[in-house]
Design a protein around this ligand. Structure first.
Ligand code: FAD
Length: 431
């Protein structure tokens, strides 16, 4: 018996996997073969969670997690760093506990190739790893070709800060160095992209910092979309906290119909351009269009959309059997590209991988996602949803579940829930 019944039931709850799914036939009285080799690419909400939960479900399975970096700075919480509410140290984690508590093997290297036929993964350092099942959770890359004047080199002076770490620090420094009375431009990405409410939480957190330290300054969002996640809630918070809609507004949103569809960055003149808008700014945060990370594309796991099609029940690639793709890189909508969804997908995938290695039925999953955003230090908002497998094997929303914060929901309480959500999910992922 790999895990106790109590632990298994706790895991079921954590995974959002319901009773009556056939799962109770899987563990702890789980039949089938022991052992097997699983390799996982990418050590964050998708990959690190999958590594931990595969080992929890069956410690006879060897799990090797390959991650390019020795530590991971989480994107969730990185906007709070910009708002002066957390430090980079607060949002940076090591893999030590995955090793010491869960027996995951960590390899800090870059995966340069996947041979789906030979079932091997090649590393930049020269090694090759064999697997019985591969889990790929490499996150996103940018479609630099869709923006004129912007690429990885320009991003060293005009940060995207859409992968947390040095980019977040660069944006933070530029905000601190900016004069009072300056303009911060946020060029938001088109759909689909990582963290739908992220650009608007970022605008809020920057406005929070400016309100305290540089009150004559403002944030202007150029947006190629005509609407955005939790828009009514954000705009309500912006009115209360930052004078939104008045001539003293610290946040301005320029959507698609007003020319927000930016296509060009002029780094020399510090300006962002669309067909109808030319916006000069003191700090530019340009978040380009996105696609699945490079390794997913080079391994042939992406389709024409640039993202990875997967089976809804197992997250196994529709293009390469034996390889599972989870997290932002996968096509899992209506699940959003969020850390919480990646964590939920990872648990579903862990059950699928263990079941497949054991040769038993894969249980029917459900998923859960909640996205909290801070509009101010004591002003939180949220959207939540439960998802289920539909009869045709796709992921669907459970009708009547979830929703957004209501008019009477305490924004102060939601802010404290946001902070405890963060502490819980990083514990669940890295400890
Ligand atoms: P990632 O977190 O990107 O992890 C991928 C890992 O793979 C990286 O560590 C990378 O180094 C590694 N990797 C990639 N390629 C290779 C390779 N070839 N070899 C080895 N390693 C490789 N989500 C929420 O739920 N709540 C929030 O409040 C929230 N806030 C956010 C705020 C911001 C500003 C942003 C940008 C995102 C936010 N998100 C939030 C979204 C969340 O960060 C992502 O959805 C989540 O990180 C996706 O996890 P992942 O495992 O798919 O990818």
């Amino acid at each position: 018996m790999s895990i106790s019944r109590r632990e298994f039931i706790r895991l079921l709850g954590a995974a959002g996997l319901g009773a009556g799914t056939g799962l109770f036939g899987m563990a702890p009285a789980m039949a089938g073969k022991n052992g097997g080799q699983v390799v996982i690419i990418g050590g964050c909400f998708g990959g690190a969670t999958a590594a931990k939960y595969i080992r929890k479900l069956d410690p006879t399975i060897s799990v090797t997690l390959v991650e390019a970096n020795k530590t991971y700075a989480t994107c969730p919480g990185s906007n709070w760093v910009l708002g002066g509410m957390r430090t980079m140290g607060d949002i940076t984690f090591s893999y030590d506990k995955l090793v010491s508590q869960h027996g995951v093997k960590i390899v800090n290297d870059l995966v340069t190739g996947i041979d789906a036929a030979a079932k091997t993964v090649s590393l930049k350092g020269g090694d090759k790893l064999s697997y019985d099942r591969l889990v790929v959770s490499p996150g996103i890359d940018f479609r630099w070709d869709m923006v004129e004047g912007y690429d990885a080199t320009v991003a060293e002076t005009i940060p995207h800060a859409w992968k947390a770490g040095p980019q977040t620090e660069l944006l933070l420094k530029q905000l601190k160095d900016m004069k009072d009375g300056g303009t911060v431009a946020i060029a938001a990405p088109p759909n689909p992209f990582r963290c739908p409410p992220g650009p608007y939480e970022r605008a809020s957190m920057i406005a929070n910092y400016l309100k305290q330290s540089k009150p004559k300054s403002k944030v202007v969002i150029l947006d190629p979309k005509s609407k955005f996640s939790k828009q009514g809630l954000f705009e309500g918070g912006w009115k209360e906290l930052y004078g939104y809609g008045t001539d003293k507004a610290m946040i301005e949103w320029i959507g698609q119909d007003k020319g927000g569809d930016w296509k060009r960055i002029d780094a020399k003149n510090m300006s962002v351009h669309s067909e109808f808008v030319d916006l000069k700014a003191d700090v530019i945060n340009a978040i380009p269009p996105q696609k699945a990370a490079a390794i997913a594309a080079s391994a042939g796991l992406t389709d024409d959309s640039g993202w990875c099609p997967v089976d809804g029940k197992t997250f196994e690639s529709k293009l390469h059997p034996g390889i599972h793709v989870i997290g932002d890189a996968s096509i899992a909508d209506p699940l959003p590209k969020s850390g919480y969804a990646a964590n939920s997908e990872a648990k579903v995938c862990a059950f699928a991988v263990v079941s497949m290695l054991k040769g038993v039925d894969v249980p029917t999953p459900t998923w859960v996602n909640t996205c909290y955003s801070l509009v101010g230090p004591r002003y939180g908002i949220s959207v939540a949803m439960v998802y289920e497998l539909t009869a045709d094997g796709k992921i669907g929303k459970v009708e009547g579940s979830g929703g957004v914060s209501g008019p009477d929901t305490s924004r102060r309480k939601e802010a404290s829930y946001a902070e405890s959500w963060y502490d819980n999910i990083v514990y669940d992922t890295f400890a």
